[in-house]
Design a protein around this ligand. Sequence first.
Ligand code: FCB
Length: 436
Amino acid sequence: MAADALPPFPPGFLWGASTSAHQIEGAVDARGPSVWDVFEARPGVIRDGSTAAVACDSFHRHREDVALLAGLGMNAYRFSVSWPRADSPGGLDHYERLVDDLLAAGVRPVPTLFHWDLPASLDWLDRDTAARFAEYVERVAARLGDRVHTWITLNEPAEHTVLGHALGVHAPGRTLLYDALPVAHHQLLAHGLAVRALRAAGATDVGIAASHSPTWPLTGDEADLAAADHYDVLMNRAFSDPLLLGRYPEGLEQLMPGDVAADLEVVSERLDWYGVNYYAPSLVGAPTGEKSAYGTFDVPAGLPFALHEIEDRPRTAFGWPVVPEGLTQTLTGLRDRYGDRLPPVMITENGCSYPGLDDQERIAYLDSHLRALHRAIEEGVDVRGYFVWSLLDNYEWNEGYRQRFGLVHVDFDSPERTRTPKASYAWLRDALRAQR
Ligand code: FCB
């Protein structure tokens, strides 16, 4: 499987893995509650009935995680800082230890400042949450900024808006549909304020991790093309246009709250790099009058589009189609749309859920996506790094522990949360060795 060596990536390329605080840390008692703790306590919302109270116990076992990264030969680690932990006494000590251990192992720390675990007392429908975020970011930067140079403001504001506030399958579990749009705007404003706060603290390498799914129209019919365009605006361009062009796609600006024109100046603060999370394309057609499936959950009828299965492709355990050329297409599409407004790019997440230790499917997935990434570089996209989602099997949000995305297996039944590298771990270690 995947025996041929990968083509050489540019010198200085960052090779890393990604995780997030809520999905791996556990140690819930050592911090204040987040919206996810509150959500998980509601009956029936998490598919396996679990919580992230212990997860991978990385709060106590982060040294094992650092050793696993070093064993892979990675030179970067994307983790997230839990805002409620940073607000709790001694909470930032954890990240200081993690950063020091990473640096000692020769691994660049790449913290994300918000990966969905909002303090339970806050709400993205409130504009003030953006200002509160900037204050929190200032505190983190004051503590870690002498050692951390590469920062990520937000993870996937699109998914947090849509899954958490429009459809209600993620925390905080709201079903506001289009009335969720202020959540998008306030996160984008928070992002811009955070970029300014980080720069003021001396940061020189600031980015964001934005999800991008190339949108494929179901057919060339007018109605399908219009529905696909609408979907592409909602899931992709509603975020990348304000970030990179300083404006919303047509029709959206008037739906956003506050002095939008003034806010967009902040939102479009120059970035040092742009992070792309890529999993799969979306096949979108005109509304059918029926509900449609988005991964493992339903999108209600009555929306101006319907999602369709991409057929004739292998599927991950999550049911997501495996479409490596979608990654090339995403990157060349961003370059074509944004031109020199697009800074250098990093892939901040890419990966797949499969069970088992002998995960040959994950090897094939990573191999094909890295080749697709290389193709984008050959086509002139300036790509500076690639982070696998994920280092460890972890708490996959409303799926609980059912989806295993790790290069490393975690035994969630063992008190030690025993970590066992999978076949893909050895494959990637060897592939990275061959790059040196
Ligand atoms: C992304 C999230 C990440 C993880 C992967 C599978 O949308 O950013 O936390 O859940 O999906």
